[in-house]
Structures are given as C-alpha cells and as structure tokens.
Write a protein that binds this ligand. Structure first.
Ligand SMILES: [Zn+2]
Length: 672
C-alpha cells in the first residue's frame, strides 16, 4: 500500500488507494511472510548482530510502516468497514508480536550476541540488544508453556478491549447533538461555532442550531456560553461519554470494558512475577519505583494545593456564588478577562493557522538549522491534510510529516503525534522518518483560515515537539530511533519543552498577526497574555495530579478479590487532591482514553514527571538566550536526536550537567 510518491527515496503511504477490504488480506500475507523469515532467523547457526538483529529490525520496521497508515486512518477517518478490518487485524498482530517476543531461540541468540560481540558493538547497538532482551523478558520468554500461552491470550484480548473502549467513546460523541431553537441561548458563543451549528441544522432540515459534541465546540461552550443550561447539557454529555449515565446512558457503556482491562493487566503483570501492573510498567521507565511515583505526585500536590484552594475561593468570590462543575471554566474565563483583559476567543484572529505554522517552523529552523517546506501532491486521506518536508542545509529532505489540524466527524478527539515511518539507516535501504501530527482545532469559517486560541497554539507546539523528537533522530536502528525505546515517562520532554516557545515574546511578535489586517497583537494584550500563563496554575496542576494519581492507584492497588474499585478509588483521589465538587454522575474514567486505549496506563504521571525535565531543560536555554546556538545544538545532540539509544536520565544529565531539579517547573508555574 505504498505510493509512488517518495521522500528522499522513502515511499509514502498510498492514502488515496487504501481500501478497507484490502487491509486484512495485506496484513495476513505480510505476517505469514514475516513468520517464515523469523523461522529462518531462529535457525541461524551462528547468530551475529548483522545476520540476526538487523534483519529482525528490518522486519519490525516493514510491519509497522505497513500497519501505521491503517491504524492512523482508523483514528482520523473512522468507518464501519475500516473498523471491522482494523479489529480483525488486531489479534493477528498481537499474536505475531507476542510469538516473536516469546521466541526462546531468538532470546538465546540475542544473549549470545550480547556476550560474544560486546567489545565490538557501539553504544547504540548495545542499547538495541539491551532493550530487546528486556522486551523478551517482559513478554514472558522464560516462563513455562501454559503461562506463556495465557500471557499471549491476555495481550491479545487487551488489544481488542482497547479498540472497543475507543470505539465506544467515538460513537458516544457522534451520537449526541444539542438542538437550540431560541437565539437567546446562543449568547456568548463564538460566531464561527454558531454558524457551523446553523449550517448543521439546515443540513438536517431543522430550524435553529444543532451543536455537535466535538472538542472545539465543547471547549467553546464551557468557556463562553452564558446559558448555564446549555453548559450543563454539554458538561453532562461530555463527562458521561461511553458510560451508564447521561444522555446516552448504557448505549456505549465502557464499564465492563474497564473492569476487564484492569483485571487482565493485573493478570499479565502477575504472570511475569510483578506484584501489579504499575510495577510492570515501571520496568522500562525512568521512575525507579511505584513508591517514587507516589512520592513525586504527593509532594507536588502539597505545593500546589494551597494555591489551587486560594484560586478556587477567589473564583467563587468573583462569581458571587457556589459554582457547579460546569461553571468553573466559564467563570475562570471571565475572571481572566477581568484580571488580564484577555479572552481566548478574542485572540483567535491573531492566531491564524498558516501564520502560527510559519512562526513555529521558524523556531525549529533557528534552533536546529533545518528548513521546513510544504510539499503539494502527496497522497493524503482528507482534503484537510497537508504534507511538509524537513530539509537539512544541503536541501535534502531528512524527514516529513502530515498535518491534519481541524476537527471533523468520525475523527478521534484530542491531539497527537504518531509514527508513520521510522528512521532506518543500515543495509541497502535507508528510510527517513515520517510523522503524523493530528489536532482538533475549530475548522475555518467561510473564506477564513482556521483561527486558533492561544491554548490551541500551545497544543500545536506540543505536538510539533513530539514530531521533532521522531523526525530529527539520528539513530539508525528503528527499535530505538525517535520516540521508540524512550522511557514513557520521558517521552513528554521534547513536547512540553517546545510549548515554552509559544510563550516567548520574540515568537509571538512573529506569530500573532491579525489575519485580516496583519496588525501585530497590541503590546498590552501580549503582556496580558504572558501574564495569564500562570493563571490558575494551582488548579491546573491539581487536575493533572488527580488524573495521574487515579491512574496510578488503579494499576498499583488492583486486587482481584475486590475488583477494579474504579468509583471508590476515584472518590478517594478526589477527596485527597480535588479542589471542588464534581457531580456524582460524572463518569470521567469511561472516557479517559489516555490510560485505557492510548498507551498511558500507569503512565499518566509522565506528563508531570517529564514537565520537570522540560522546564529544567528550558531553563538552560533561558540562561543563555532561548535561541542560543550552542545550547540548542547540545540539546539536539544529547536528547532530541538520541531517541531510545541511551537512558533518559543519562541523556538529561549530559545535557544539563546535573540531575533534574523540580524548581524550574515550580518557578515557571508561579508555584515556587
Ligand atoms: Zn504529548
């Protein structure tokens, strides 16, 4: 399913030709071929890095670049047919990967290579072996047959449950709309969103306005809609997605899915002799122990809680009443407006997507000496999607990325970066890395570019930071190139690091230009925007800590005799770190996709963990000037380009000259 379009010799996916009906046969055929090749390698009489490890890296790379466009399409252009093909492939893939990781012959081969070639391999090659040996052990390679079989079945079921969870959330979102018939209820809402709702109603032959449960609409209504009833309806629909409560109660309910996922994760961990899933997850993380994670989160909570309490009290005083959960964002926005004379919606005309991209690319160009250029004519999955190349100073493309920026139906909520093609540089074939950057910004109104809030701008910088991690890697081996093989709790370093540039005056001067007049954002507005960065930092921190503690406790404290205890643990976490009351019917766990279908299981704490690293790394830039070439080069050389070729802590220490320090983050957020 590759197209004729290439980037530095690397073929790009034929998005215009991928048919749901071809997916399963293609994957079956490829897996069968790969199994044959693996069997040959297992029989290799004298395994070496060259004759065994490289071919296996090659096989994994081929499979992941074939599967990646399919899994991507399932996320951004979901359909019943594609969903069925995607789901049919999940068990096949899961079994293939588990069989590979449980191969005694390959495990023995890797151990022999590590012993016999130790002195001739370089650091990256040794790291490939080290990571692979870890993967073998974490797939139960040494276990008795029945336990291996059971582990394989559990992993397979988990893959399917993750997909089901995500489907339920997407279906719940697509199934709900809110019809507004009187214009009074529209007060406060951004006209672009109102116009889209009017068009949607007209399409369905309805009077008035029809609002969908899409992320930009939800955020805009929670922030700006003057009508408490409208806000409440949206809050209820959003916070009960895929649950037993709310407007779609029971229809796409994830309750059982969550219970099964937690039970199976616990079982998988125990099959491998870990006490629980959190301990299992930490085996490849930077955090040394479950206790260290709890300590870290609770210490941060201690610092942030008084600030958060103060912020909330001040907010209720400002509102002049007790606030419901669906009032908090609305009044926070009003208070921010009063304190800083600034509104997110009002900033939109100054953050037109094309200009934001130009300024963002200029930052990367200045820091890392690359050039970013859009390329037309590359096959894409939707007319919204665009393709860009990252070129080095000789003009050669060294990476590429797709950008799919705006929300639309059948597209998963949120923002993310994903790997389309990984970097590989050995043997005959060299491939350059290619990424997907996906966001859910408010689509453009008629005759206008998409207009972003500053929050959106920060999101764009964040995802681009992940993209640079994937794309500027210099590592030759796919299993440790880019974000591969990076400890999950360090993976948010490059992304959160990049967010800082969205707040720099010199970047804003280049980026915040009115899309019609070209006028820069007035300097008082800019100062107010910068001043607002730490607004409600305490509340925001406590919210992240609530998610992180909930996730970590669910996985660390699972007890088969007592079941998942989702509601109880959530209530306990809220009483520990919650700052305001949340309705009893809020079903946040039912749509917490990060931990149930998104790779952050027992890992949501990673955001805060890596934020410490990101803020501390950025403080090195602040000390020397944020565009200092020397610091940028060192960051690129020691962290950004290194992928998983070295341990996250070692890379950080080499860059910073010392271990990470939490104070840079506390200062940045005004919590010091
Ligand atoms: Zn991220």
């Amino acid at each position: 399913m590759l197209s004729d379009t290439r980037i530095s010799g690397t073929a790009l996916p034929a998005f215009d030709r991928i048919r749901a009906g071809d997916v399963e046969p293609t994957i079956r055929e490829l897996l069968q071929r790969s199994r044959g090749e693996v069997a040959t390698l297992e029989g290799q009489p004298h395994p070496t890095f060259e004759n065994t490890v490289l071919p296996l890296e090659q096989l994994a790379h081929r499979l992941s670049r074939t599967w990646s466009p399919i899994s991507h399409l399932n996320g951004v252009l979901n359909s019943d047919e594609l969903r069925a093909s995607y789901n049919a492939c999940l068990p096949l893939l899961s079994n293939y990967w588990t069989d590979l990781a449980q191969s005694e012959a390959l495990y023995q081969a890797y151990r022999d290579i590590a012993a016999s070639q130790a002195s001739t391999l370089d650091g990256a090659q040794r790291r490939v072996l080290e990571r692979a040996l870890e993967d073998f052990r974490l797939a139960g390679v040494g276990l008795p047959k029945e336990r291996k079989e059971r582990y394989k079945a559990v992993v397979q079921e988990l893959a399917l449950l993750g997909a089901k969870y995500e489907e339920n959330v997407l279906d719940a979102m697509n199934s709900w709309t809110r019809h507004v018939t009187g214009s009074a209820e529209l007060a406060g809402i951004n006209p672009v969103i109102v116009e889209q709702a009017r068009a949607r109603a007209a399409e369905k032959g309805l009077e008035g306005w029809l609002f969908a449960l899409e992320q930009p609409t939800y955020v805009a209504i929670m922030t700006d809609a003057d009508s408490p009833a409208l806000r409440r309806d949206f809050y209820e629909a959003w916070s009960t997605r895929a649950s037993d409560r709310g407007p779609s109660a029971g229809k796409f309910d994830n309750t059982e899915v969550i219970r099964k996922i937690l039970a199976l994760r616990h079982e998988a961990a125990q099959l491998l002799d870990f006490p629980n899933y959190a301990a299992y997850a930490l085996a490849t993380r930077m955090a040394p122990s479950t206790g260290a994670v709890f300590d870290f989160l609770r210490k941060l909570a201690e610092v942030a809680k008084p600030a958060a309490r103060r912020e909330f009290t001040e907010l209720e005083e400002f509102a002049g009443r007790k606030l419901n959960a669906w009032d908090v964002t609305y009044y926070a926005e009003k208070l921010q407006e009063k304190l800083f004379s600034i509104r997110q919606e009002e900033l939109r005309p100054y953050f037109a997507l094309p200009r934001v991209l130009t300024a963002l690319f200029a930052v990367a160009e200045r820091l890392y000496g690359v050039k970013i250029v859009e390329r037309a004519g590359v096959p894409v999955w939707h007319s919204d999607a665009r393709f860009f190349e990252i070129r080095d100073d000789s003009g050669k493309a060294r990476a590429g990325f797709y950008l799919d920026a705006c929300a639309r139906p059948k597209k998963r909520a949120g923002a993310w970066m994903d790997d389309c093609v990984g970097r590989k540089d050995f043997g005959a074939e060299h491939t350059v890395p290619v990424a997907y950057l996906v966001c859910n910004f408010l689509p453009a109104g008629a005759g206008k570019p998409p207009l972003l809030t500053h929050d959106d701008v920060v999101t764009m910088f964040h995802e681009f930071g992940h993209g640079l991690h994937h794309m500027l890697t210099r590592v030759a081996y796919p299993s440790i190139a880019g974000i591969n093989g990076v400890s999950w709790d360090a993976v948010e370093l490059p992304s959160q690091f990049m967010e800082n540039f969205a707040w720099r005056p010199e970047v804003l001067a280049d980026m915040a230009l009115h899309f019609e007049t070209g006028e820069p954002l007035p300097s008082d507005k800019q100062e107010q925007l910068l001043g607002s960065r730490t607004f409600h930092a305490g509340l925001a921190t406590m919210r992240q800590l609530e998610f992180a503690l909930f996730d970590f406790r669910l996985h660390a404290e699972y007890d088969p005799a007592r079941g998942a205890r989702i509601g109880e643990i959530l209530a306990e976490v809220r009483s520990e770190v919650g700052v305001f009351a949340v309705p009893e019917w809020n079903r946040f766990p039912h749509n917490f996709a990060h931990i149930f279908s998104g790779g952050y299981a027992a890992g949501y704490y990673s955001y805060k963990w890596a934020e410490v690293l990101a803020a501390d790394a950025f403080s090195a830039f602040e000390e020397r000037g944020v565009f200092d070439k020397g610091v940028a080069q060192r960051f690129l050389d020691t962290i950004l380009s290194q992928g998983g070729s070295r341990k996250a802590l070692d890379a950080f220490v080499e860059f910073r000259g010392r271990a990470p320090d939490v104070n840079a983050l506390l200062r940045q957020q005004g919590l010091a």
